[in-house]
Write a protein that binds this ligand. Structure first.
Ligand SMILES: Nc1ncnc2c1ncn2[C@@H]1O[C@H](COP(=O)(O)OP(=O)(O)OP(=O)(O)O)[C@@H](O)[C@H]1O
Length: 577
């Protein structure tokens, strides 16, 4: 709730106007029956001027109520939409500062729900809060006082009606709360299923899994439909129950006052406002139930958003850093006793990793599948935080380097290349927005991407489609590599980044790295030893531990595992030849 109040603060003017409008509307609603009563008394007494006078009042109140109602909705909707938009933006910006550890902790699908569905719930809650929550107590308390004031002898009819309503609707709303919670869970499941099957549409199609996916989706949709029907069924009970109780109360009231009316017909004027107040009390009780349901859903969503906002940012903003000016690292990397396990997973993926890589040198990393090579790359790029040990760049703890400095000094090419929809130029400029065409051409050349880019008539302005589905695996890899090179980083990390390149292109990339990036410190993960054979230092990983460390020749002598990998690959190459 604190979070909501914080984001509502800038809208205090509109909030005050909404509160004023809603209060005015509630008061106008309460006063109308009083003038109706006076009008009816005037009709019974045949006093036409009083009829006219009270009629004008009644009409004016109706107009005031209407204007106040429309203004209340207008301001409430401006406030709720504004608060929701600000909260969404703040949450989005917060997520941008998360490390992969934090994203994995929440799960990305869950974060999407928190950014969309939960924000919508909060928006609805804020709207209801402003529109109904204030109106309901005014109508309830005012209606109660005025009903008793109108016909004091019938106070117990009102009490009976309130008890009946609380007994019936209380139960209905109690059931509804549970159903809404269940509905939310199934909706989450349904969203995840849709997201998963659409993002892996190629796999689904190639494995002929459309039928299975359809079946899963149909199952979850049926669950949703059944639950929706149940909710609709319970809702459909509400109006008849409400009407029944209201008619019982009205009938009781009429029965009880009938003999008074027979004795004194002017008392008839009181019965209409009394019934109207009864209905207002009923309406406010009903609304209270609905709002409490909505409030509990809104508060759950607020709590979920609050958890994201309360998560500490893993981005360090250097307070003294001057804009646009960052330190350039020499690129010396020291790793001391690094150990790591993925979030929500007990398995130790890296254990006690230590090495020292002087600036400008190349480190090769090899090892069997699942040995922790990519994980080490992610830790070096600060995409995850280690549980133990540290990474130092130029003697500075990686965790303490400010985000801007790190981004400008470090480039990583991930094992699975990710590009964004937009032009090739926009993708390449991600790391260096001020890069000119010549810089892009140079990087494309170094990454062996020029040839295919030049085949497009619009070259660097060519559009990359969503999920880069209009590019081949090799093209994606070349563009990701070019994007990393445009930055001319001090530290370049390549995670199996040339695997989709033909042998000639890979050699040309290696030549470019050796000549144009001689001063850049390079960490190269490779399946093929041939790709890192000239590295200054090579690490051999096995089950998250270093089992060999040294140059190619040293390892051939000292590391059995390295020798085995080398022999097996050599054998393959020879058999290819
Ligand atoms: N996001 C993750 N969450 C949990 N466990 C993970 C995650 N990513 C990888 N792992 C696990 O960590 C271990 C090391 O994975 P990693 O990707 O670092 O290995 P790798 O040596 O790069 O393998 P490959 O050569 O196949 O790419 C594996 O056992 C893997 O199952």
């Amino acid at each position: 709730m604190k979070l909501l109040l914080h984001y509502a603060k800038p809208y205090w003017r509109q909030i005050s106007l909404a509160v004023l409008a809603v209060t005015t509307m509630a008061l106008a609603t309460l006063l109308q029956p009083q003038f109706l009563k006076r009008m009816m008394s005037a009709i019974i007494a045949d006093n036409s001027s009083a009829v006219f006078h009270n009629g004008i009042w009644l009409l004016s109140l109706a107009v005031v109520g209407m204007i106040a109602g429309v203004s209340g909705t207008f301001f409430a909707s401006r406030v709720s939409q504004g608060v929701a938009a600000d909260l969404r933006q703040a949450e989005y910006e917060k997520i941008q500062t998360f490390s992969l550890t934090q994203i994995q902790k929440f799960s990305s699908a869950n974060l999407v729900v928190r950014l969309t569905n939960d924000i919508n719930q909060v928006q609805r809650f804020a709207m209801q809060l402003l529109q109904i929550i204030l109106r309901v107590p005014i109508l309830f308390v005012g209606g109660l006082i005025l009903a008793i004031w109108t016909i004091p002898s019938l106070w117990w009819v009102i009490v009976l009606m309130i008890v009946l309503i609380l007994l019936t609707t209380g139960r209905i709303f109690g059931q509804m709360g549970g159903l809404f919670g269940k509905f939310q869970k199934i909706l989450d499941k349904n969203n995840t299923l849709t997201q998963e099957s659409l993002s892996a549409v190629r796999v689904v199609k190639s494995f002929n899994q459309e039928g299975q996916e359809e079946e899963n989706f149909a199952k979850s949709t049926k669950e949703l439909t059944d639950l929706n029907q149940k909710i609709a069924y319970i809702f459909s009970l509400m109006t008849p129950v409400y009407m029944l109780i209201s008619y019982i109360a009205i009938a009781a009231a009429l029965l009880l006052v009938s003999h008074t009316i027979l004795k004194n017909p002017s008392e008839l004027a009181k019965i209409t406002p009394f019934i109207t107040y009864l209905n207002q009390i009923l309406f406010s009780l009903l609304m209270m139930g609905m709002v409490s349901n909505m409030a509990s859903r809104g508060l759950v969503s607020l709590k979920r958003i609050g958890a994201v906002m309360a998560e500490p940012s893993s981005v360090n903003i250097h307070e003294n850093a001057k804009e646009g000016e960052v330190d350039r690292f020499a690129g010396r990397v020291s790793v001391n006793n690094l150990s790591f396990a993925y979030p929500n997973d007990d398995k130790q993926v890296l254990t006690d990793i230590s090495f020292d890589l002087p600036a400008g040198q190349t480190l090769g990393i090899v090892g069997s599948t699942g040995s922790g090579k990519s994980t080490l790359a992610l830790l070096l790029a600060r995409l995850y935080q280690p549980q133990a040990g540290q990474v130092l760049i130029d003697g500075q703890n990686l965790q303490e380097i400010d985000q801007e400095t790190l981004h400008q000094n470090l480039s990583i090419v991930l094992q699975k290349p990710v590009l964004f929809s937009g032009t090739i130029a926009a993708n390449l400029k991600m790391g260096r927005p001020d890069a000119g065409l010549a810089d892009l051409e140079k990087a494309a050349e170094q990454a062996q991407a020029s040839e295919f880019i030049n085949q497009y008539p619009d070259r660097f302005e060519h559009e990359v489609s969503e999920r880069s589905s209009n590019l081949s695996g090799g093209q994606k890899q070349r563009l990701s590599l070019a994007r990393a090179l445009v930055k001319n980083p001090s530290l370049l990390i390549l995670d199996d980044s040339t695997s989709a390149l033909d042998a000639r292109s890979e050699r040309l990339v290696q030549d470019a790295l050796a000549s144009d990036f001689a001063k850049t410190t390079k960490v190269i993960i490779a399946e093929k030893i041939a790709s890192i054979i000239h590295a200054d230092q090579i690490l051999v990983l096995d089950h998250g531990k270093i089992v060999g460390q040294g140059s190619h020749h040293e390892l051939l002598e000292n590391s059995e595992m390295y020798r085995e990998i080398y022999q097996s690959q050599k054998g393959k190459e020879e058999s290819h030849d």
